[in-house]
Design a protein around this ligand. Sequence first.
Ligand SMILES: [Ca+2]
Ligand SMILES: [Ca+2]
Length: 159
Amino acid sequence: MNRKKLQKLTDTLTKNCKHLFRGFDKDNDGCVNVSEWVNGLSLFLRGSLEEKMRYCFEVFDLNGDGFISKEEMFHMLKNSLLKQPSEEDPDEGIKDLVETTLKKMDHDHDGKLSFADYEKAVREETLLLEAFGPCLPDPKSQMEFEAQVFKDPNEFSDM
Ligand SMILES: [Ca+2]
Ligand SMILES: [Ca+2]
């Protein structure tokens, strides 16, 4: 295995993860260093539900104020939904979706999602983990990555 192949595998693994960089860069210095990269990958491959929830929540909380607001939901859903040109006002559809999702997940009814709201909803319905867009790799590319990388770890020793 060479660098190029590893790069290709990592790309496959992370192609769904739009906000990967922000989620990995824990100290927000604009660089993902080796330990952040390793921690991020190990969360992807071996993380518990709890760890994955924390990761996704951080990704969804775009401005980092500890809540997922309606505006943030709107922004993310707009980006992750396919455009439907047949609809006269696609924004209306997204607003409806935001209201429905909020109703489902906002347990303390304050109009925004705290981590507690999000955690409760995800524990009831695991699919809500990625409610506002994909941020974890799909199982197929994950398996592919593991199969290649863990086949012979010695191949990495000369990198
Ligand atoms: Ca926020
Ligand atoms: Ca709330």
